[in-house]
Write a protein that binds this ligand. Structure first.
Ligand SMILES: *Cc1c(COP(=O)(O)O)cnc(C)c1O
Length: 400
């Protein structure tokens, strides 16, 4: 027994992953495990393997590994590349840094376009870099779709156009771990070769599953790529997936949850889901600006629909503020990562959230700013309320 007093009501988990899991997903997972070589599993396997494709907007294969998103990064690199291959990356923030670290560890050679961590990847810079590669030696362009550390989203359609106008054959790989089911993603239409994602962010599931969507070109590349791979070998996975099975014991309980999460997403409608994320993100940014604080993303073109990174005023520590919010208001906010440590906090608005949960979170931030003695103006929550009401008015008028 813990000596901690009970904290009534629900904890506000406002970090950009893991995100709160809806009751229906929790209930779906709370079932007996099953024979993963039997016919019941086969039906489930076929259903989730087909269902997950709709989230990536792809007709191609999506592999589901029992791993965190980081495992899918490794799968993406080791299946398509060979030792010493050159890879173009954009340092949009901490997750780009970590992906690059993996590239280094695997013996690949990264060429990195820097940013100030306040925008997404700039397509023009990618194009310029690729044009200089006359020998077409760069094998892959790796960009983070939604940079969870900075709250900046990269426009993948622009990146695709950049690669095409440079007439470069490099594979396009993207980390959409916090983008999937929060920010629009069109794997096929945008000509993405590998998209990786995870279960614990927009998908509203517990951590534990990763997803890897692959193009035919990526599969072709995997046939000649020579980096060592075993557990994450795509060919084993694809061969078994054809019949709805897996080469080793799949995370059956999580797959029950995935089945339900996909159902929930389609009940809402993907496009409605994206619009909801955009709306709640805008409400959050309006609140931040009304407080007189600064949104880290400095160009609206890159604003993230999933998470808002807020810069703390000089002389105030973001983690001390977060601690006050947690202790007094039972809310977890995201911490600043790497060079944003102590300087920024993050408000997540992705997954199973709605107007009132976001307003509740913003209320907690506004009270927390006061408790922590952070200089700010009142009225952030009010600004968000007004925006949310304006968004709802046409709908309300129709119903009246
Ligand atoms: C969460 C996250 C990761 C790391 O995923 P894990 O599931 O923790 O391995 C990588 N990239 C981005 C953009 C993320 O948001």
């Amino acid at each position: 027994m813990s000596n901690e007093p009970r904290r009534p009501g629900r904890h506000f988990l406002q970090i950009p992953g893991p995100t709160p899991v809806p009751e229906r997903v929790l209930a779906a997972m709370s079932r007996q495990v099953l024979d993963h070589r039997g016919p019941d599993f086969q039906r489930l396997g076929k259903r989730v393997l087909a269902g997950v494709k709709t989230l990536f907007k792809t007709q191609g294969h999506v592999m589901i590994y029992p791993s965190s998103g980081t495992g899918a990064w490794e799968a993406a690199l080791t299946n398509t590349l060979s030792p010493g291959d050159r890879v173009l990356m954009v340092e949009t923030g901490q997750f780009a840094v970590l992906w690059k670290q993996m590239v280094d560890r695997l013996g690949l050679r990264a060429e990195v376009i820097q940013t100030d961590w306040r925008i997404g990847a700039d397509a023009q810079e990618i194009e310029d870099h690729l044009r200089k590669d006359k020998a077409k030696a760069i094998k892959a362009v790796c960009v983070v779709h939604n940079e969870t550390s900075t709250g900046c989203r990269t426009r993948l359609d622009d990146v695709r156009r950049a690669i095409d106008s440079a007439k470069h054959p490099a594979l396009l790989m993207t980390d959409s771990i916090s983008g999937l089911a929060a920010a629009d993603l069109r794997h096929d239409e945008w000509g993405i070769d590998v998209t990786v994602a995870g279960s614990q962010k927009g998908l509203m599931m517990p951590p534990g599953l990763s997803f890897t969507a692959v193009s035919e070109k990526a599969i072709e590349a995997s046939k000649s790529a020579t980096l060592a791979r075993s557990y994450f070998s795509w060919d084993d996975m694809l061969a078994f997936n054809d019949d709805g099975f897996f080469p080793y014991t799949p995370a059956t309980s999580l797959l029950y949850g995935l089945d339900e999460a996909i159902r929930l997403i389609h009940e809402e409608g993907l496009e409605n889901l994206f619009a909801r994320h955009e709306r709640l993100a805008e409400a959050t940014r309006l609140a931040v600006r009304a407080w007189g604080l600064e949104v880290n993303c400095r160009d609206a073109k890159y604003d993230s629909p999933a998470v808002t990174t807020v810069l703390m005023p000089e002389g105030h520590n973001a983690d001390a503020f977060r601690k006050i919010v947690l202790e007094n208001l039972n809310m977890s906010l995201g911490t600043g990562l790497n060079k944003l440590a102590g300087k920024a906090f993050r408000i997540a608005h992705l997954g199973d959230t709605n107007e009132l949960t976001v307003l509740g979170a913003l209320t907690g931030v506004e009270i927390g700013l006061e408790l922590a003695g952070v200089p700010h103006k009142k009225g952030g929550v009010l600004a968000a309320m007004n925006y949310i009401a304006d968004c709802a008015k046409p709908q309300a008028a129709k119903a009246a």
